[in-house]
Design a protein around this ligand. Structure first.
Ligand SMILES: Cc1ncc(COP(=O)(O)O)c(C=O)c1O
Length: 491
């Protein structure tokens, strides 16, 4: 067809043969449309140029008259051609602005218009973008290779088949709300009704949604320092004033602070990134302070599924009597990162506004995937996977701690955590951990600096390493590479 059309364009050639099939299965209609539109956009068919009549074009191209007329009508409707009864179509004088074709030249000078929100987002130091496939010891990852993908596929297939029969307009899948609540009550001491369980695509989405629902611009938000930068980014983007609150051995310090934050973000079961546990006395102190100050608490329980020494302490949410705690969790650690499912248990008074906010912002998780996860939990696959991975991750934690001590124990002080998927290795204060992390990155090892997690004063230096996603060989090889890189660095 292209040949025929270029013939048409230089008015010389005649059709050689009728096209049988368009490129990549395009219909003849679509092919003709694309060729004519392309020729108009690139100027080969200049404005004012008359085309042959649709009858003549159909004859030349050996296409049906209907096909050709349909394409001409379409191009006329979009403004590329002008048609009039009894006259041959003519290429329009001005090309439609929106379809003017080529993308803007590279280096276009105009800065794209951005909202205050987007500008705040541009300045946030999060997320860290790790290019290429993950490599040791990138924190935050579980080992997706160990997940029972076949069982999961069965649940997904069944849920997909059930979809036409669901007949609800629910935002959150009731079976998943019930399954999750049962798990959270049993394992985390959460106290709630199923309707308070809101399912979102990630814990980050939950934090983002809480920020939108609870915060106004310039509201004060407290964050543990060091703490989770993803939360800082979400709260900052919502316009909050972030104050980093230092930690002691029991977690966030309250003391006699007189500020009245509107939101307090904490990771009490396994402080991120230090791994500290907030004891019950500090929990009560925090709850009492929040109630006095009129603050809501966001409890991020991101990796409590994995605990290696006894049972984990129950959630702060279960101690709350005032309805001021949002309990956030994620499946991206306990199953595999790409599952994109997280949740937040909201206080009773927030259920309706959260469902509205979900619909409004589109922070919805696919219902068939939610249903599949409900079945995966109800059939015991989730609990079995957690048991298996707890054993495996516990061994990997011990192995990484051991090989790091052997490889770099002179200057790394390794603190194996009682749970979770990453460990912190403290560095002597005089070493710049950002610089060390950067040099390790060049040497093929991904770690995060502890400094990166502070808001305000940097009180400690260290490296934050994930151990869960790597098998024994990967851990050993990674530790060797680290030893070499650190040796060169400290020489
Ligand atoms: C402390 C903490 N909270 C929340 C999250 C976010 O989890 P998600 O992947 O579900 O957004 C992460 C992710 O690494 C995390 O480390």
């Amino acid at each position: 067809m292209r040949q025929v059309l270029s013939g048409l364009i230089d008015l010389a050639a005649r059709p050689q043969q009728r096209p049988q099939e368009g490129p990549q299965g395009q219909t003849l209609n679509r092919q003709l449309y694309n060729e004519l539109r392309g020729a108009i956009l690139n100027g080969a068919l200049a404005p004012g140029r008359r085309l042959p009549s649709s009858r003549e074009l159909a004859r030349q191209l050996e296409l049906s008259r209907n096909t050709v007329s349909g394409v001409i009508d379409q191009l006329a409707m979009e403004g590329y051609l002008q048609v009039a009864q009894g006259r041959r179509p003519v290429v329009a004088a001005a090309r439609p602005a929106l379809l003017r074709g080529k993308p803007a030249a590279s280096g276009a000078s105009r800065a794209p218009p951005l909202s205050h929100w987007a500008k705040r987002l541009q300045k946030a130091h999060w997320p860290a973008v790790d290019e290429g496939p993950p490599r040791p010891f990138q924190p935050g990852l579980g080992d997706a290779r160990e997940f029972p993908h076949e069982l999961w596929a069965r649940c997904l297939r069944r849920a997909a088949r059930m979809a036409p029969r669901r007949g609800t307009q629910a935002v959150n899948s009731p079976p998943l709300q019930a399954a999750l609540l049962k798990y959270l009550v049993e394992h985390r001491g959460v106290r709630a009704e199923a309707r308070q369980v809101i399912v979102v695509p990630s814990a980050q989405a939950a934090i983002e949604l809480i920020a939108r629902v609870v915060l106004n611009a310039n509201d004060l938000a407290w964050l543990e320092s060091p703490g989770y930068s993803g939360a800082a980014a979400a709260l900052e983007a919502a316009g909050a004033r972030i104050v980093g609150v230092p930690l002691d051995a029991s977690g966030i310090t309250i003391g006699d602070r007189s500020e009245r934050p509107r939101l307090i973000f904490v990771t009490p079961s396994h402080q991120y990134p230090t791994g500290r546990l907030m004891p019950v006395s500090r929990r009560h102190e925090l709850l009492a302070f929040a109630e006095r100050a009129g603050a809501i608490i966001v409890e991020d329980d991101y990796d409590s599924e994995f605990h290696y020494e006894g049972r984990p302490v129950a959630a702060l949410q279960g101690l709350d009597e005032s309805g001021g705690v949002f309990y956030v969790g994620t499946f991206s650690k306990s199953t595999f990162a790409d599952i994109r499912l997280g949740y937040v248990v909201v206080p009773e008074a927030y259920v309706e506004i959260f469902e509205r906010a979900q619909r409004h912002s589109g922070q919805l998780a696919a219902l068939p995937v939610q249903d599949a996860l409900a079945e995966f939990i109800d059939d015991g696959h989730f609990a079995a996977h957690i048991r298996k991975m707890t054993r495996l991750y516990g061994e990997r934690r011990d192995r990484l701690a051991h090989v790091l001590k052997a490889a770099a124990g002179d200057f790394l002080s390794v603190a194996p955590p009682s749970g979770g998927m990453q460990l912190l290795a403290y560095l002597p204060r005089h070493l710049d951990d950002r610089d060390v992390a950067c040099r390790l990155q060049h040497a093929g090892i991904t770690v995060r600096s502890l400094s990166h997690h502070f808001t305000g004063r940097i009180a400690d230096r260290g490296l934050f390493l994930g151990f869960a996603a790597w098998n024994d060989v990967e851990i050993d090889t990674g530790a060797d590479m680290m030893r070499e890189a650190l040796r060169r660095l400290l020489r």
